[in-house]
Design a protein around this ligand. Structure first.
Ligand code: DX5
Ligand code: ZN
Length: 216
């Protein structure tokens, strides 16, 4: 299975967004992960549309936008206009997953759906055929720098088995507490894309750290 790393801009230096995005652009990472938080769906506020601009300008890599906001259907199209290639919304954050999916597609981006650690994988069954990717949260969303929840490995395996049962090649992305120390077991469980925030940006050599995660 293909392996991809998506460094999370949440752990970048916001005073040097362009510099930090260019670092990812030069690196072996193929995606750039952008965490949008509204202070309602999660107990933290990160950033919104204006921050997308300097990031989009500084890279041609895939912009992977992770929306931790309520009623995402209201905003998904604007994130695509701002440069998102993939927009992921939380299943728990909307009463209208079908509307979210349709709006993201109409706007021309790939569609992802995410679940928090307590949401059963089975809740994804009806949505899997309509999405390109599932983002499995391996920490409670809201903050970088938390520890990987070990039970996430079984959830990734369960999701891979569900996708196979449905005959789908769903991309599985995993977010939270990823480092070179656990990347191998997460890839082996069936993930293709690993998000890494603090492991990358707190490393003395972030580009080398990205390679270590990819080659774990
Ligand atoms: C958490 C965010 C993550 C976060 C990961 O709510 O969705 O993307 O940046 O950070 P680390 O890799 O430090 O756990
Ligand atoms: Zn994220």
């Amino acid at each position: 299975m293909q392996r991809t790393v998506a460094p999370s801009m949440l752990s970048a230096d916001f005073g040097h967004l362009e510099r930090d995005t260019r670092m990812i652009d030069r690196s072996a990472a193929e995606w750039v992960h952008i965490d949008v938080m509204d202070g309602v769906f999660v107990p933290n506020i990160s950033f919104g549309f204006p921050v997308m601009k300097p990031i989009r300008k500084a890279t041609s890599k895939l912009l992977d936008v992770h929306l931790m906001i309520v009623a995402p259907e209201k905003y998904v199209a604007r994130f695509v206009e701002a440069g998102a290639d993939l927009v992921t919304f939380h299943l728990e954050a909307t009463e209208d997953p079908a509307g979210c999916i349709a709006r993201i597609r109409e706007a021309g981006a790939k569609v992802g759906v995410s679940i928090k650690p307590a949401t059963p994988v089975e809740a994804l069954r009806e949505w899997l055929p309509a999405v390109d990717l599932v983002l499995v949260m391996s920490v409670e969303p809201g903050f970088g720098g938390q520890s990987f929840i070990p039970g996430s490995l079984d959830r990734i395996r369960e999701l891979r088995a569900l996708a196979t049962e449905l005959g789908l090649a769903t991309i599985i992305e995993v977010d939270g507490g990823i480092s070179a120390a656990n990347a191998r077991e997460v890839f082996d469980a069936g993930a293709e894309v690993l998000v890494a925030g603090s492991a990358v940006f707190k490393a003395p050599d972030p580009e080398a750290e990205i390679r270590r995660i990819l080659e774990a």
